[in-house]
Design a protein around this ligand. Sequence first.
Ligand SMILES: C[S@@+](CC[C@H](N)C(=O)[O-])C[C@H]1O[C@@H](n2cnc3c(N)ncnc32)[C@H](O)[C@@H]1O
Length: 232
Amino acid sequence: MAIRYGKKDNEAGIYSFMDSVAKEAEEYAVNHTTPLSDLLEEIENFTLTKTPYPSMLTGRVEGRFLQLVAQLSSARQIVEVGTFTGYSALAMAEVLPDDGRLLTVEHNRDYAKLARNFFDRSPSGFKITLCVGEALEVLKTLPDAETDLVFVDADKQNYSAYYRESMRILRNGGLMLADNALWYGRIFDPKDDESRAMAAFNEEVRTDDRAEKLFLTIRDGIYLIRKVGSVR
Ligand SMILES: C[S@@+](CC[C@H](N)C(=O)[O-])C[C@H]1O[C@@H](n2cnc3c(N)ncnc32)[C@H](O)[C@@H]1O
């Protein structure tokens, strides 16, 4: 099924990266990428048609990418910051082995309820723990160096703080994926707090010798970071 992206979120609001830069390329990529499970397709359709901010959804290309990264890195312990309707969490959980676990954190109770209902319907739902709360507070409770993969997709002002906590909880060789690293192109000339925070986060990662990094222009940008040194 062909899926069309690029809806404006609201009248006042934000256009997706695809609208302004590469909508056709994005649709082409979607239609040349293996669809995910029926339930993930249902979550995607639900989110695109029934929620006020559909562009928050990662979607098929990024969902498949997250699955591949989890598979190729043989991840067993995954932490996600920003659940929304549960799409990316479930995508990664589906490729985890049965003894793998994914913790996802969401501070909006309504979104958490929607996600939990979807997780309950999935045969992979038992691998997911959904925590309702402030992501930074939850990350601070996690042990050092036991996580294989962190996916950050939430409030932009906290990305640097999420990065520091991720570098603490990741094992050496573990991976962090930071979504919206391009922040709709606003990082090139940041004019607001969120854009400045994203530009500062990208710069912090770029100059951190504890990390190998690859800046990907998939969708709204994904910063792929591999922890290679010990935490100072
Ligand atoms: C871009 S959406 C996540 C999309 C999701 N990863 C997906 O693929 O569908 C960001 C989510 O993070 C949540 N969020 C924002 N700030 C948060 C915080 N400080 N703690 C926990 N959740 C937060 C928002 O409520 C929102 O649901």
